[in-house]
Design a protein around this ligand. Structure first.
Ligand SMILES: [Zn+2]
Length: 470
């Protein structure tokens, strides 16, 4: 049951979304799902963002306890935040604030605009974060969100070059992770053929590729490497298979050049990816376009700006960085009733470029895509590095296996040290790995070389870093 103000602000917000949902059901041109939105001038994009922000803040204030408390605490009213330029009045929200709310009001917290009575009326589906830092966080999304996300994801998949002549093989366990489901629903809107690849092992999946000839493989990047190797062991060449595109999400992918090159060579396919986070879902924020990777040194990801506002902030004071400077991603999600967000700190380092892309899209691009979340930063004796830097170093060594492990521990002298275990047929490769890591991460590490196929295979998201420091 909702009050009049709750209802009215919701209707106003929904009407505003509907007003700008062009090409809702089918692509508007051969190149762009929504030619109007995808190639819109910056002024027009900002105008849409302003109108959606003006509609979303009263909606949040009237319908979300978390947001109402925060507005009141900050001494702000919805009328204070009615356009993009006003957003900086709203301090960035981070995961810990969301987690505190969820702990105080288990299990979901109070950030959603939907109360329990409405959830029961409207139906929902639960998702959880992968829990890469701390306890997995849980989210519910409504049927309305499912409609919005299938449209936005269809636009993103279309931008990657997926067309209904394609067949996707989606290798996911279909657990409560938003990525696979978000793709699943978008495929229905794209009218693309698809083979669900849950509930089967890698051998069965290889047989499916061989027999049904799908053109797009969708999974985590680590698993795509593993599946390709299983295929090779069966005497089949992934590069000669029907797969023309490998579509990944959930792990940093195309932003790590050596990993990207390894994957694209193995499958003889183009690597494309989604970028986002469960909090600012349900749909992807970032996506590859046809121009990304044409020059291998210029990997980029677009961010869909008519549905979300993306900013980069300084990691220390969380203030916006100057144009062209590196910062951490912050997302205001204007496209979800279950998980609307004002300035949520997603927290990946990148650099933005607002110039029109060679693909014709005007939406901002993350240059070099994304190479790791600030939560994952490793601090070893005061030297900071991302797991993706270690990955780039390890995979820069010829013939190294796909799997590797990084263990950080405290030695008898009380010194924090890093050990890396890799697979290679030549034990003498250790020094080369040590040199690569020293060059890229500026730390000395010890490297243990194991025979090929010793380390456990990654079936889902890779967990390569084990921090066992005292
Ligand atoms: Zn582009």
């Amino acid at each position: 049951m909702s009050t009049d103000r709750q209802h009215k602000t919701r209707i106003k917000w929904l009407e505003t979304l509907a007003q700008y949902q062009f090409d809702a059901d089918a692509p508007g041109s051969p190149e762009y799902w929504s030619p109007k939105l995808d190639t819109m001038s910056r002024d027009h994009l900002v105008d849409i963002q302003n109108r959606k922000i003006a509609a979303v803040t009263p909606f949040l204030y009237e319908n979300s306890e978390f947001y109402r408390r925060r507005f009141d605490r900050l001494g702000l009213t919805p009328g204070d935040i009615t356009c993009v330029d006003d957003l900086t009045r709203w301090p960035v929200v981070d995961k810990s604030e969301m987690m505190q709310d969820a702990q105080a009001h288990p299990p979901y917290g109070t950030y959603s605009t939907i109360n329990d009575a409405l959830w029961r009326q409207r139906g929902w589906m639960m998702f959880s974060s992968s829990g890469s830092t701390g306890v997995p966080r849980v989210f519910r999304y409504s049927q309305k969100d499912r409609e919005l996300w299938s449209w936005a994801n269809a636009r993103a998949l279309y931008a990657m070059g997926m067309r209904n002549s394609d067949t996707m093989f989606l290798c996911s366990g279909y657990g409560p992770h938003v990525f696979a489901w978000g793709v699943q629903y978008a495929l229905a809107r794209l009218q693309l053929g698809m083979i669900p690849g849950g509930g089967m092992d890698s051998q069965a999946r290889v047989s499916i590729i061989d027999r049904f000839r799908p053109t797009i493989l969708t999974c985590t990047l680590s698993y795509a490497l593993h599946l390709g190797r299983v295929m090779q062991k069966r005497g089949l060449d992934p590069a000669a298979s029907s797969i023309r595109m490998v579509f990944v999400g959930g792990e940093p992918g195309s932003g790590i050049p050596n990993t990207r090159a390894r994957l694209e060579k193995l499958w003889g396919a183009k690597l494309v990816e989604f970028y986002g986070c469960t909090e600012a879902s349900p749909h992807a924020g970032g996506y590859s376009c046809p121009a990304s990777g044409n020059d291998p040194t210029a990997i980029t990801a677009h961010l869909m700006e008519d549905t979300q506002v993306w900013e980069l902030v300084d990691p220390d004071d969380l203030k916006p960085v100057a144009t062209g400077m590196q910062g951490l991603t912050v997302c205001s999600n204007l496209n979800s009733e279950s998980s609307p967000q004002l300035r949520f700190l997603v927290g990946d380092y990148t650099v933005f470029n607002q110039q029109i892309c060679a693909c014709g899209r005007t939406h901002v691009r993350a240059m070099g895509a994304f190479s790791g979340r600030s939560d994952d930063l490793i601090n070893l004796r005061g030297i900071k590095m991302y797991p993706t830097q270690i990955e780039q170093a390890v995979r820069g060594v010829n013939g190294i296996g796909d799997e590797y492990e990084v263990v950080i521990l405290t030695d008898e002298a009380g010194l924090d040290i890093m050990k890396i275990r890799v697979e290679h047929s030549d034990p003498d490769v250790a020094e080369q790995v040590e040199n690569e890591v020293r060059a890229r991460c500026e730390v000395r590490v010890s490297v243990e070389v194991l025979p090929p196929d010793t380390l456990p295979k990654t079936e889902l998201k890779a967990k390569r870093i084990s921090d066992r420091r005292a």
